[in-house]
Design a binder for this molecule. Structure first.
Ligand code: GTP
Length: 417
């Protein structure tokens, strides 16, 4: 379950401590903090039209996360996704909150000219980096919402041949910005042998074109079980998946999610039929934290540095910076200055905020003082007027008429001495 995995996904926990150091409670602290804050995890699905992206999203999370596309299509045909859509769900397991977002992108490949079809997708990924950067630069960083894409499932058509030029183009555009996880779509249309061959071809193509796909990290002192799990997952990449939101009844009465054929049923959740279970395990159970970490520490950091550089140093300098130490130093200086400027701006804002708070407090107490002063003055003035009135009446020799509430006393005092 999710919370059990929290223990296993933090590298610290896996290492054995040599005696008491005092931070034995650290895993619990990390755990507590994550539990309180909850997780944000975003998966994007990318691939040609009609490869079953939306179906797999539904299958993956087995919730109503992805409502059936409107209008309900006849004969199980889903209408096409035409715009980038993102759908979130809050999932809670054993007190651990997870906000899961799936970004579904429109399928491409339908046009004669598919040249720029990757553009809206990379723009979407970068806009999410932008929004994160903007939040980081705020003074108040309490509520940073992490909408960055942590994993991108890239759907490959089950042709059984090799990657298409369009796939290669797409992956090359994406691999520096997201954790790419290639999947073979609709694997039920290939035989086991075909799947095995196709996987080998895809991996060879990926290597040949220097495309970075997500690699399961390995740690020192790993226990046997974790090593096996890592190897098992790695051996399945690219995952051959089958998606279905239909429940099929098997001859033995068991209800399974799957696709029914005249020759039998392909079960989604059966590891002998496809790699769906391994894919889900990788995303949600084993590597969620690693995917988030790599997104933050490497992909986002690279993008941020590049962005800062493009703002500070002329872009074409990158060609020379390797051989020109002066340019390199200048670049470092720009980065450093940007950092200083950011710190200074933050300090200024904090200072201003403090000054404002103090000022408004002073103003308030000043007003309070005035108000009290005015009240006292008024009440004194009233007393003075009362006394004058009494004095005038006594001087006129008229007997005093008792006031209502004080009648008794007055009688005693004046009328019956
Ligand atoms: P776009 O919206 O055009 O991007 O399509 P999509 O990739 O979201 O595909 P969608 O999920 O709409 O599925 C397209 C068709 O493929 C539907 O008729 C699904 O029933 C079918 N389909 C989905 N997954 C599988 C699968 O694993 N195997 C088989 N054989 N068919 C599938």
């Amino acid at each position: 379950s999710l919370s059990n995995n929290l223990h296993s996904i933090t590298p610290i926990i896996r290492k054995k401590l040599m005696g008491y150091v005092g931070f034995a409670n650290l895993p619990n602290q990390v755990h507590r903090k994550s539990v309180r804050k909850g997780f944000q995890f975003t998966v994007m699905v990318v691939g040609e039209s009609g490869l079953g992206k939306s179906t797999l999203v539904n299958t993956l999370f087995n919730t109503t996360l992805y409502p059936p596309k409107e209008p309900p299509a006849p004969n199980d045909e889903r209408p096409q996704t035409v715009a980038i859509q993102s759908i979130s769900a809050d999932i809670e397991e054993n007190g651990v909150r997870l906000r899961l977002t799936v970004v579904d992108t429109p399928g491409f490949g339908d046009f004669v000219n598919n040249d720029d079809s990757w553009k809206p997708i990379t723009e979407n990924i970068e806009a999410r980096f932008d929004s994160y950067l903007e939040q980081e630069n705020r003074v108040n960083r309490q509520k940073v919402v992490d909408n960055r894409v942590h994993a991108c499932l890239y759907f490959i058509q089950p042709t059984g041949h090799a990657l298409k030029p369009l796939d290669i183009e797409f992956m090359r555009r994406l691999h520096t910005k997201v954790n790419l996880i290639p999947v073979i779509a609709k694997a039920d249309t290939l035989t086991d042998d075909e799947v095995a061959e196709f996987k080998a071809r895809i991996l060879a193509d990926i290597a040949y074109h220097n495309i970075q796909i997500f690699q399961a990290p390995t740690y020192e002192n790993e226990d046997e079980e974790t090593i096996t799990e890592t190897e098992e997952i790695a051996s399945k990449i690219p995952f051959a998946v089958v998606g279905s939101d239909q429940v099929v009844v098997l001859p033995n009465g068991r209800h399974v999610r799957g696709r029914s054929y005249p020759w039998g049923v392909i079960e989604v959740d059966n590891e002998e039929h496809c790699d769906f279970v391994k894919l889900r395990q990788m995303l949600v159970r084993t590597y969620m934290e690693e995917l988030r970490e790599y997104t933050n520490d490497v992909l986002y950091e690279n993008w941020r540095t590049e962005k800062l550089l493009s703002m500070g140093v002329a872009q074409d300098s990158s060609v020379f910076k390797e051989i020109n130490p002066a340019l390199r130093m200048q670049e470092e200086r720009v980065l450093h200055e940007a950092k200083l400027a950011k710190m200074e701006a933050e300090m200024k804002m904090v200072f201003q905020q403090k000054v404002q708070e103090k000022e408004s407090k002073l103003k308030q107490s000043e007003e309070e003082l005035y108000a009290r002063h005015r009240e006292m003055k008024e009440s004194l003035e009233k007393q003075r007027l009362d006394l004058e009135e009494k004095k005038r009446k006594i001087e006129n020799g008229r007997p005093l008429t008792p006031e209502k509430g004080t009648q008794q006393k007055t009688r005693k005092g004046f009328l019956r001495p």
